[in-house]
Design a protein around this ligand. Structure first.
Ligand code: C2E
Ligand code: MG
Ligand code: MG
Length: 467
């Protein structure tokens, strides 16, 4: 922006009061440093090849630095700071050469040792849109103004800070919701809870588990690009049992290891059978869910490699999905195992992104190539701006990290439209197809070009299949 436009005038008193109220209600200044913010400053610094980056929040007189990449800083006086300029402008500020700006006091820079020349700063807003802080990058060399795309990326990174706060709130309600859903169904007194681990063992022996498959589609072309394998238990009396009714017990009892081995082998043999039927399906990737216990097992990569060899499946045809919570308890082992799987050429997806404890701070360290947006966010997208903003920033985050993004749980045309509009490339959900038995999927795969009908014109195809 032209230098003359830069002002540091104070906002009106009522605006300032609203701003401070928002800051207090978000509890930002009182909480411990949020590790996710460090991931954001690091991303910003790396993406813009900056020497430093900071996230700061300002009260009446000080700017409190809550995260820094580069030199460590804690606080600085607010007046004539970059924060004041952003606030006066009510928007981003890019200063290619700070030496040329008389209103701006260089001693208000957070860095003493750095010979900063170029500064770009964007607002971090509260949910009611007040500016509570800034994300700022610094360079020791001047550079041209940021392009509109670059500025948008920097603003998206700042939005992620806001999203983190909203995520924390949603996460709390999700955890409560899940705990309620996972509570075992009440059992009439005298009856044993069902299932028990002996039931699972028997089911394994009797080959009662089956894999259903749900298509993952390219949202622009509606071509089926992959399938997610989802286990079910076909119980002779009780019917089709969904995974959440037995996977937690399988994990607890350790039976998830043989069940998981069966699932991997079954998926590989199914891939082979589809590819035999039509060699063009060699581009189809089938993703299998892994639980924490399987993941931390010794020699997982070797085991997967031998399964691929035995079945003659190419590693490009297999994907593995895991949630953040299965990685966090043992980060070092997780990194090693993921590295081994990646070396094999298997695609790795982070499942249920956003629901884990601090997704952003870890995501950067893991070699994932796909990020799956949890369906709770997709489902809330049309409820209000905030959930929509979270989805938008997750898509942007994936873009910055060079990852593919898959939106889970697309149920409505409106969600489909919004996701396409936001540049989300892939998705899955009941709008396109529910999880189905292998034979039914075989029929979808026979559609010309594997392209599903347009859900804008038709009822959800495969609406009659079981979830
Ligand atoms: P997930 O991996 O996140 O799988 C997606 C879940 O969302 C599936 O539930 C799928 O049926 C459901 N879904 C997909 N689209 C929609 C939609 O549009 N609306 C709604 N409401 N739901 C949708 P499912 O099959 O019940 O699986 C639940 C979870 O069980 C999975 O979540 C995964 O964490 C776990 N799971 C499934 N199969 C396996 C497995 O073979 N091994 C392990 N360890 N876990 C598995
Ligand atoms: Mg999954
Ligand atoms: Mg998921």
């Amino acid at each position: 922006m032209p230098q003359a436009e830069i002002e540091t005038t104070r906002p009106h008193q009522h605006q300032e009061s609203a701003r401070l109220a928002a800051l207090n209600s978000m509890g930002i200044l009182d909480t411990a440093p949020e590790p996710a913010y460090d991931a954001i400053t690091r991303l910003a610094a790396e993406y813009f090849q900056a020497d430093s980056a900071v996230i700061g929040f300002a009260d009446e007189t000080r700017v409190w630095i809550k995260s820094h990449w580069g030199e460590a800083v804690r606080e600085l006086p607010r007046s004539h700071s970059i924060f004041d300029i952003v606030l006066a402008r009510n928007g981003p500020v890019v200063i290619p050469d700070i030496g040329q700006h008389p209103q701006f006091q260089a001693r208000r820079l957070p860095f003493r040792a750095l010979n900063v020349v170029f500064v770009a700063s964007v607002p971090v807003r509260s949910t009611d849109s007040s500016i509570v802080g800034t994300l700022t990058i610094f360079r020791q060399e001047t550079r041209a103004d940021l392009t509109p795309d670059e500025l948008r990326t920097l603003e998206s990174l700042a939005d992620m800070v806001t999203s983190q706060l909203e995520l924390q709130r949603l996460r709390k309600s999700l955890t409560r919701e899940r705990a309620r859903r996972n509570r075992p169904a009440s059992v009439p007194s005298g009856d044993q809870p069902w299932p028990r681990s002996s039931d699972l063992r028997r089911a394994l022996d009797r080959r009662e588990f089956v894999l259903f498959y749900q298509p993952e589609v390219d949202l622009c072309t509606r071509k089926i690009v992959g399938l997610e394998a989802l286990i079910r238990w076909r119980h002779p009396e009780r019917g089709l049992i969904p995974p959440m009714d037995f996977i937690p017990l399988a994990e607890e009892s350790g039976l998830i290891l043989p069940i998981g081995d069966w699932g991997l082998a079954e998926a590989c043999s199914q891939i082979q059978s589809w590819t035999r039927e039509d060699p063009r399906h060699c581009t189809l990737r089938v993703a299998v869910n892994l639980s924490a216990r399987q993941f931390l097992r010794e020699g997982l990569a070797d085991h997967v490699e031998s399964l691929l060899l035995q079945s003659g499946t190419s590693s490009r045809q297999l994907g593995l999905e895991m949630t953040e919570s299965s990685l966090i308890p043992n980060m070092n082992t997780a990194l090693e195992v993921l590295g081994g799987l990646r070396t094999l050429g298997i695609s790795l997806s982070m499942d249920d992104f956003g629901t884990g404890y601090s997704s952003l701070s870890y995501l950067h360290s893991f070699p994932f190539d796909v990020l799956k947006i949890d369906r709770s966010f997709v489902g809330r997208m049309t409820d209000g701006d905030q959930a929509l903003q979270i989805v938008r920033t997750i898509i942007e985050l994936a873009r910055v990290l060079g990852m593919d993004v898959v939106a889970e749980g697309i149920e409505t045309r409106e969600q489909y439209r919004l996701l396409r509009q936001m540049g989300c490339r892939f998705g899955q959900g009941f709008l396109f197809a529910k999880p189905m038995a292998a034979d039914d999927i075989g029929e979808l795969l026979r559609l010309p070009g594997r392209v599903l009908p347009d859900p804008e014109d038709t009822r959800p195809i495969a609406a009659t299949c079981m979830a």
